[in-house]
Design a protein around this ligand. Structure first.
Ligand SMILES: [Zn+2]
Length: 460
């Protein structure tokens, strides 16, 4: 025996873990239905503990001292508003200050002798990768949270599930894998993307092994349906799909596979944050693990319930790399706390509504690329895909939206005029449109590669 090395079962007290963060199905019988005072009492207790732990991390210690915030002074949940928030830019600065890990982590590779550690990267397509350390505890609780979302989406113990996310340096595929394997007792076929296991093979595996879910984007799942049809299968009758992706064309997914869609929200540093319930009116936040606030994307000031702004998240469970008022710049809004038709008092948030840092000022008008995409998609003849670029043209900022169409290319000219007219009419500002054949945007949107589709690029 090597002195000092702790094994997973020594690093984590599993009885304590399932009491503090119940996995499904028991989560939905108990914690999901907790009364408001109990929800907020648990949150406050964990928030105070987490603040003291984060204060020992140089990144937070420095920023909090500069802002005059003392972590011992948290008495109420509202005190969280006194804590300075930070964005990905601050994380990048932290990495430059102390490469390659940054000074925002609570552990270093040397701590792997003390307990099993994992590291996953985000970013990296433009600029340096941003690593996040996860302790054994973080991996397990994160997997429990992901398991809750997958359970609500319809996945059950004993199911065979295809994991078609890219097994790479980022957390995506692994977070699903661990949730399915360790906390949902599912049998995972680790197909990865179409580049690793061909789409035809994925269709064959899903049908042969009666998979109840294929974890991927809605767009890729619909493509698999097309591939299945071309192989002579009927997606509804021949697949055994019971759970659908949280992103994509909801109506088309439901009609193609005959299953119900449940939206959910999460990101790789904290895993799964919220999931829609059968009432389909907002996403319940796992409040034993998170405090979610909505802030102004430009100023970071908290916004009232119902207003669209940037998600500012504080997790209440991690020990490897704290996220304490992380302004993630994903857009959403909060519902006031009230009892839902499903019986839960957990606060709800609106589904992901785009990126807060993508707003472009075009001749004095604030334009969100997501709004441009939505409007363009409503033009008859335009297919599901879109991408917006901001460019500098003769000293003016311009937006170009590229959409796809399955129509004959001879009709593209008329189509691009129709898109431009609609955008001008609805947004009051001219936006250029381009039309390309289906699939031509895949490299830009990074479909099948990234957990969230890329929809915007600033080329100015
Ligand atoms: Zn509900």
């Amino acid at each position: 025996m090597t002195v000092g090395i702790r094994r997973p079962w020594e690093a984590v007290d599993y009885d304590e873990l399932v009491r503090a963060f119940p996995p499904p199905p028991e989560y939905f019988e108990r914690t999901w239905l907790a009364p408001p005072d109990e929800i907020e009492r648990v949150q406050l207790g964990r928030l105070r503990e987490r603040a003291l732990a984060a204060a020992r991390v140089p990144f937070f210690e420095r920023r909090w001292a500069e802002a005059g915030f003392d972590p011992r002074t948290i008495r109420h949940l509202a005190d969280l508003e006194r804590v300075p928030s930070y964005t990905v830019h601050d994380i990048r600065t932290s990495i430059e200050r102390q490469p390659p890990w940054g000074d925002y982590q609570a552990v270093t590779p040397a701590d792997a002798r003390r307990e099993p550690l994992r590291v996953y990267m985000s970013g990296g397509t433009t600029g340096k990768s941003r690593p996040t350390f996860y302790t054994q505890w973080d991996r397990e609780v994160g997997a429990v949270l992901t398991a809750r979302a997958l359970y609500m989406q319809g996945i059950r113990p004993g199911d065979v599930v295809l994991n078609s996310w890219a097994y790479g340096t980022h957390n995506g595929a692994f977070s699903f894998d661990e949730a399915l394997h360790r906390w949902l007792n599912c049998v995972v076929l680790t197909t990865s993307t179409g580049n690793v296991t061909s789409s035809e093979r994925q269709v064959e595996l899903a049908i042969e092994y009666e998979a109840t879910a294929i974890l991927t984007t809605g767009d890729y799942l619909l493509r698999l349906a097309d591939v299945a049809r071309s192989m002579g299968y009927d997606p509804k009758a021949d697949f055994n799909i019971r759970a659908l992706p949280n992103i994509g064309d909801r109506g088309l997914l439901e009609s193609t596979f005959g299953a119900e869609c449940f939206n959910s929200y999460g990101f790789h540093e904290v895993q799964w944050v919220s999931v829609e319930c059968p009432a389909h009116d907002g996403l319940h936040i796992f409040e034993d693990a998170f405090v979610v606030q909505i802030v102004d994307p430009e100023t970071g000031e908290p916004l009232p319930d119902g207003e669209l702004g940037s998600i500012c998240i504080t997790e209440l469970y991690k020990t490897g790399s704290p996220q304490f008022r992380y302004n993630i710049m994903d857009l959403s809004s909060l519902y006031p706390r009230q009892q839902c038709a499903c019986g839960s008092w957990l606060r709800k948030m609106a589904p992901f509504a785009g990126r807060g840092d993508n707003m472009v000022k075009l001749r004095g008008v604030n334009v969100w690329p997501e709004a441009v995409g939505e409007l363009a998609l409503a033009v008859p003849g335009v297919s599901r895909d879109w991408f917006v670029r901001a460019v500098r043209d003769e000293n003016r900022d311009e937006l170009i939206v590229t959409v796809t169409s399955e129509r004959d290319p001879s009709e593209f000219d008329a189509l691009h005029t129709a898109v431009e007219e609609r955008l001008k009419e609805r947004l009051g500002v001219r936006i250029r449109a381009e039309v390309v054949p289906p699939g031509a945007l895949d490299a830009w949107t990074e479909v099948n590669v990234a957990p969230k589709l890329k929809r915007f690029r600033d080329e100015r």
